[in-house]
Design a protein. Structure first.
Length: 403
């Protein structure tokens, strides 16, 4: 199939006017401005539209949308967690399944074609037959109340995935956080991530209370943990992180931590609206850049943020407002090419180039006056609040109904 559009964002620094994309099945064959239809080839004409790669969101909790607005913003982290722990038992599997479907659809409509979501209750997967975006299901483990048997659970997830070969679904693993997962559990999860060659993610150094717990053994997080729980050491856990770990938040890191994490090839997933929702100090972007620790953007959960539709453009705008020195093109790479490398999918996702998956979005952007050149599509897409017109995931097209 040949797709003809007004413009095409191939990579952050390669924009084509007009933009043409040749796709065969689920794979991009050619990208250019002057591709011509082959004899008998299907042609999709998209006048007025701009093609761009779908975004990747590597920190979401698709199950938790019903908790949006249930807890007040700007609480101390431990109080937020205490209230969430009271709400979670009321969130039944059917509500979680419905949340997964609704949240993933809404994320796609704002341009996201790949989501790595934390999965805290595998029962939410029962009855799920497909999702619009491709998904990495990061099964979450804690060992506050006994051994969660990650190897057994990951086997079950693999069996479930094998029963859904037509879905673009994959496995990932996630010890929850250093205060809820022991060093042994971190090691077990890291071992599975390496053996099964799957992404490893964890919440890391999210709050000042977490740092205090490991420095003093006390503080306001301590009463939320079981009596016999011994924090152990944070550096032991960081020593267990496998290469390429995805660390959500990383708000409280010292220089030595940064150096260690950089040598482990870690990626930091920063969630700007959640950061602002908790009223946290400004995100130390400069420290990460100096230490060459890559930062990508995620949405986190609607239980702790002001972005219930999981729209990565909202995160991009919040980030740009907090860090105006960062260009829109650089922010674009934090939503596309960088997270694709973090997943080990650098040539397949986050880019419209030959050989990549046909994960593209068709956007209708505001038109420029006839006498002026067309606007740069990257800031135009990231500042738009309109939904996409067409979403393609692995070559499967989904047209959005305009209301
Ligand atoms: Zn999270």
């Amino acid at each position: 199939m040949l797709i003809l559009a007004d413009a095409l964002v191939s990579t952050p620094d390669r924009i084509l006017h007009p933009g043409r994309l040749r796709v065969s099945g689920r794979t991009i064959q050619e990208v250019g401005s002057d591709l011509q239809a082959l004899p008998g080839e299907e042609v999709l004409e998209l006048p007025g539209l701009t093609l761009a790669p779908g975004f990747l969101n590597l920190h979401a909790h698709l199950e938790l949308s019903p908790l949006h607005g249930k807890v007040a913003p700007r609480l101390p982290f431990s109080e937020w967690l205490r209230q969430i722990l009271l709400l979670l038992p009321g969130l039944h599997a059917t509500a979680r399944t419905a949340s997964i479907l609704e949240a993933s659809r809404s994320a796609s409509e704002s341009g996201t074609t790949t989501i790595l979501t934390i999965l805290s209750d595998p029962r939410s997967l029962a009855g799920l037959a497909g999702t619009l975006p491709r998904i990495w299901w990061a099964l979450e483990f804690m060992d506050l109340h006994g051994d969660p048997q990650p190897a057994v659970q990951m086997d079950r997830l693999a069996a479930w995935l094998s029963r859904h070969p037509g879905c673009d679904w994959h496995a990932a693993i996630s010890p929850h956080a250093p205060y809820s997962a022991s060093t042994d559990l971190y090691r077990a999860c890291a071992g599975l991530a390496q053996t099964l060659r799957m992404p490893f993610t964890t919440h890391w150094a999210e709050s000042a209370e977490e740092v205090e717990l490991f420095q003093t053994g006390g503080g306001s997080l301590r009463p939320l943990l079981p009596d016999g729980w011994i924090p152990g050491s944070l550096s032991e856990r960081s020593g267990a992180l496998p290469m390429g770990s995805l660390l959500a938040h990383a708000n409280h890191l010292k220089l030595a931590d940064l150096q260690n994490l950089q040598t482990r090839g870690c990626f930091v997933v920063h969630c700007p609206t959640t950061h602002a929702w908790f009223g946290r100090e400004s995100f130390a972007l400069q420290k990460f850049r100096q230490q060459k620790l890559p930062v990508i953007l995620g949405t986190d959960s609607p239980a702790s943020g002001a972005n219930p539709s999981l729209d990565l453009r909202v995160e991009a705008r919040a980030f740009q407002q907090a860090h105006p020195q960062i260009s829109w093109s650089e922010i674009w790479s934090m939503l596309t090419t960088l997270p694709a490398s973090a997943l080990g999918q650098a040539d397949r996702l986050g880019t419209l180039t030959p050989g990549a998956e046909a994960d593209w979005i068709a956007w209708r952007l505001p038109s420029a006056p006839a006498s002026s050149p067309p606007p740069h599509p990257i800031p135009a897409i990231l500042t738009s609040t309109e939904p996409a017109e067409i979403i393609s995931v692995a070559g499967r097209l989904h047209h959005l109904e305009r209301t």
